[in-house]
Design a protein around this ligand. Structure first.
Ligand code: KG4
Ligand code: ZN
Length: 333
């Protein structure tokens, strides 16, 4: 069969990224234009600024992606794009760009769910072997997803309130750490001990999770101690938070593994970059036949290659989309 080269576009949040992926696995080029330094000043992503910056950057990112892979549009088999979930204005820029490129160059268009992208990031350097249990952990999602086969997603449990990444970001803010908070909280936690007593969220047998109580207890603790003139040991508080939060994830993952038989567990989404989480999940799977897949750092946070990887099974099934494709901020798996 002729090689399939997918030009994939990701712009759901604050990264303008494109990639050319060959046969769903081989990343010929990847360009990630991140807006972190702009949003950092505001302590979080400002949607209006994000979409404006995507508009400014997208043609430059396209040129660079083609140049790096040393291919022309003639070589491209299809255009893939994230249609949701994400920020409306950000998604729109990618979707409109994808539709324009597909129309002008007469290429099929593939709509990819952002969370499917995070999951299929695990198929780039490894090979996904079903059935799989995916722990999807990002700024907007915390889900346990069972996959019997390609594109057969069954959400077994989810957060009932805040997502884990969002919680890391809020805790970072109260500890005066820069956005995005996750990596900064992780760094601080590595220097501390879990000495603070924090409430254990959703200590039950369901597969759902909760992080807002944990977040509030940390915000209250910091406020109360500050008002009393006491100093906070930030390293210890970060370590205490991380221990409780990651324990909630691994405990629910462990419960899910009692319900489904799988070949692999995969960790997907921005928080999969967290080394403590990786270590704890690896510990859980010790002495089992279940293999753990985690993407390399570049494929953990938002990037175009994961969209190209997720688009490939859709290309093979000829699941193309029409030009009335719209950005869908609340798209479900
Ligand atoms: O997947 P992603 O890039 O964007 C979304 O789809 O949301 O995830 C971003 C989230 C942010 O909340 C960020 O703080 C978190 O992932 N994150 C981390 C780490 N690296 C990124 N959280 C904990 N530890 C990390 N090392
Ligand atoms: Zn993401």
């Amino acid at each position: 069969m002729k090689d399939v080269l997918i030009l994939a576009i990701e712009s759901s949040c604050d990264e303008t990224s494109m990639s050319i992926v060959k046969n769903g696995k081989d990343v010929l080029s990847i360009v990630v234009n991140t807006q972190i330094s702009t949003h950092e000043k505001f302590g979080g992503v400002v949607p209006e600024i994000a979409s404006r910056m995507h508009t400014e950057n997208i043609t430059m990112v396209l040129d660079e992606t083609l140049k790096k892979a040393n291919v022309s549009m003639d070589d491209i088999s299809a255009i893939a794009v994230t249609y949701g979930p994400g920020l409306m204005g950000s998604l729109l820029v990618g979707v409109e760009a994808a539709k324009t490129i597909a129309y002008v160059y007469k290429k099929p268009l593939i709509a990819v769910n952002h969370m499917a992208g995070h999951i299929y990031a695990n198929n780039i350097e490894n090979t996904m072997e079903f059935p799989i249990l995916a722990l999807v952990v990002s700024g907007g999602h915390t889900d346990l997803v069972y996959m019997e086969d390609d594109y057969k997603f069954e959400v077994l449990g989810s957060t009932l309130d805040d997502a884990i990444g969002e919680t890391y970001d809020k805790v970072a803010r109260v500890l005066d750490l820069k956005y995005p908070g996750g990596p900064n909280v992780e760094k601080l936690a590595a220097q501390g001990q879990p000495t603070y007593k924090l409430p254990i969220p959703m200590n039950d047998n369901s597969l759902n999770m909760s992080f807002s109580g944990l977040k509030s207890s940390i915000i209250n603790l910091v406020h109360n101690e500050t008002q009393r003139g006491n100093t906070i040991n930030k390293e210890d508080l970060a370590a205490s938070f991380q221990t409780v939060a990651i324990d909630e994830l691994t405990r629910k993952l462990s419960l899910a593994l009692k319900k489904v038989n799988v070949n692999q567990v995969i960790i997907a989404g921005g928080v999969s970059a967290n080394q403590y989480l990786r270590k704890e999940v690896a510990k859980l799977l010790e002495n089992t036949n279940i293999k753990l897949l985690v993407p390399s750092m570049i494929y953990c946070t938002d990037n175009g290659a994961m969209i190209g990887a997720a688009a490939y099974p859709l290309y093979l099934k000829k699941q193309f989309t029409t030009f009335d494709l719209n950005a869908t901020p609340n798209a479900k798996l």
